[in-house]
Design a protein around this ligand. Sequence first.
Ligand SMILES: NC(=O)c1ccc[n+]([C@@H]2O[C@H](COP(=O)([O-])OP(=O)(O)OC[C@H]3O[C@@H](n4cnc5c(N)ncnc54)[C@H](OP(=O)(O)O)[C@@H]3O)[C@@H](O)[C@H]2O)c1
Length: 289
Amino acid sequence: MSSQFKTVTIAGGTGTLGYHIADAFLNDGSYDVKILRRKPKTENEKANLLASKGAEIVYIDYDQKDDLVEALKGSDVVISVLGYSDGKLYENQIPLLTAAKEASVKRFIPSEFGSEFKVGVHPTPDGKIKFEEAVMKSGLEYTIIFNGLFQEFLSWIGFDVKNKKATFYADGNKKLHTTSLADVGRYTVETLKMPEARNAVIKVAGATMSLNEYLQEFEKITGSKWEVVVDEEVKHRYKNKIDPIPSPEEDFKATLVQNEQYKDLDNDKFSFTPHPVTEVIEKLVKQAA
Ligand SMILES: NC(=O)c1ccc[n+]([C@@H]2O[C@H](COP(=O)([O-])OP(=O)(O)OC[C@H]3O[C@@H](n4cnc5c(N)ncnc54)[C@H](OP(=O)(O)O)[C@@H]3O)[C@@H](O)[C@H]2O)c1
């Protein structure tokens, strides 16, 4: 598969997910990769690693529109992997979108990389949805990527490796999409080569398993039976939720309680098979040892 794009700018490319997306583009080898970081320049191990593999690191003040436009000129694609600060993601990304348009960027990938959430219940994803609507109206090409929970974040939904304890916030048969950070990177790279990803929402998952099935993998890899508790209070709280849900971590618990997982996955449009979830679970177990 080849891409019509050559230069990719990744805003937040040294963050938790951004690093893996940047690394996947550099490993692909067919792109010039630029990474935007906020001024002032600070020592950063991930930035050094990515620079050693060929990325150009650019320090920018996102409030200086002319500088931002200048930094984006010549980029075919802008990928926002900005994180929340003070719960804000819409506001953080707007200057980037405005500048991308002015710099005649061709495609914009917003900082989504999560799960589908109901509108009006989860304030943090609400900001993402509002921004995605702005991207769709911008006139730029776009791809929005849903990947479920990062496998590295399985503790968010109750898998406590250190104490070999699982807290279930939903029925053990409830399924959850999860994807490793490295595979989110690989999926993102390949969307640029797929005609189906132009102006589209792409849904992928490295694994779609029930809570019981994730638990079995943790038990196999740790070689021991885990304590399992069911958190009825959270189950009840989020089932009847009227007030907004306060944090990304709680959003994923609530999503387990409230949502059916999406069924129309796009995995079969990609040329590769994601890594088995056991690879991340093995890493999590090693880290906790
Ligand atoms: N599916 C999941 O399980 C899951 C879990 C966590 C996150 N996510 C999603 O993944 C995406 C990236 O999250 P992340 O955790 O990788 O982000 P992160 O590491 O918290 O932040 C990414 C980068 O954003 C930049 N940044 C932070 N605040 C900023 C601001 N106010 N203005 C401009 N840049 C700012 C920083 O880069 P510099 O300091 O270098 O400028 C930072 O390294 C988000 O959409 C998030 O919701 C999904």
